[in-house]
Design a protein around this ligand. Sequence first.
Ligand code: ATP
Length: 319
Amino acid sequence: MSAPPDDLAIDVHGLNKSFGTRHVVKDVSLQVRRGEIFGFLGPNGSGKTTCIRMLCGLLTPDSGSGTCLGLDIIRQSAQIKRQVGYMTQRFSFWEDLSIRENLDFVARLYEVRDREQVVRRTLDDLGLAQRSGQLAGTLSGGWKQRLALAACLLHDPQLLLLDEPTAGVDPSARRDFWEELHRLAARGISVLVSTHYMDEAERCHKLAYIAWGKLLAQGSAAEVTEAQHLSTWAIYGDDLVGLADQLRGQPGVEQTVAFGNSLHVNGSDAAALQATVTNLARERGLRAEPIRTSLEHAFIYLMKKAQEEGVAEQGAGQA
Ligand SMILES: Nc1ncnc2c1ncn2[C@@H]1O[C@H](COP(=O)(O)OP(=O)(O)OP(=O)(O)O)[C@@H](O)[C@H]1O
C-alpha cells in the first residue's frame, strides 16, 4: 500500500541524469517514509551519489520530479538544503581545530541560534563531550565519522542523506554509528544512507539496489530477497573452484559463490537445483544442505540478471 504524501520524506519519480553522453541515473523513483532508515546499495559508480545530490538540490535532474520533505526538488532546492543534513563521502573538517571548535564553526555557517547550547547538546547526544577538546586530526576513523554526523545534525535537519558514512570504519565503530542512526530514526528523523556493507543493509527498514543507474529492487531486506524466488544450497568441500566449474551450466544452477569452506549454489528452479546438487554431492561424497537465501545472494543474482538483460549496455557503465 502506498503511503500518503505527508508521510513521505522523499517521494521522487522518473529521475534521469546524464553527464555528457553517459546516462548515469535512469528513471529512478524512490519513496522514503518519515522516520525510516532507507539503505541505498549498488556497485561503485552505479549512480548512488548522483541520486543523493539530486534529492538534496545540489544537482538538477534532466527529467523527473518529486518532493523532498514536501518541497519540490527542482523549484525549492534552496529550502531543501536548509532542512537536510548531507554527509558526503569525503567529509572535511579542520584537523587543527578541536571537536568543539569544528562544531562551533559549522554552527556559525548554518547561523544556528543559541549556538553554544546547541553545540553542547550535540556533543552530549553523540557521546563526544568527553573528547570535545581533542584535535579532529588525531581522531580515529570511527570518531571522525561521529564528528561528521554531529556536524550534519547541528541545524536540526528532518532528513539525513549519508553517503557511505562508514567506509573504512572498523566493525565496532560501525555498530555504534548504526545504533546512533536508529536512535535518530526513533526521534522521527528520516535517513537515506548509501553503503556497501551487507550487515548495514540488513539494519535498514527498507532498501533499494541500483546498478548501471537503474533501480533493480526496492523493499525491506526480506521482500527484496524473497522477490528473487531463489533457492539456495551449501555444499561443503575442499576444491570449491573445481566444484563450481563442474556445476556451471548444470540444470537448475544459476550462480555459484564460494563462502569460506562451502560453495553456495542458487537457482530459481528449486526442484532442478535440488536434483543437481544432491546427485553431485552423492557422487563426490560431499555434504550438501538447503540454506536461507541471503540478501547478498539476492544482490549478486539481481546483478547477473540485469547483465543478461543488457541493462549494463544501455548508455552507462560502472566507473
Ligand atoms: N560531475 C560528474 N561529471 C561526470 N561524470 C560524473 C560526475 N559525477 C558522477 N559521474 C559519473 O557518474 C557515474 C555514477 O557516479 P556516482 O558517484 O553517482 O556513483 P556511486 O554509485 O555513488 O559510486 P560509489 O559507490 O563509487 O560512490 C560514474 O560513472 C561517475 O564517474
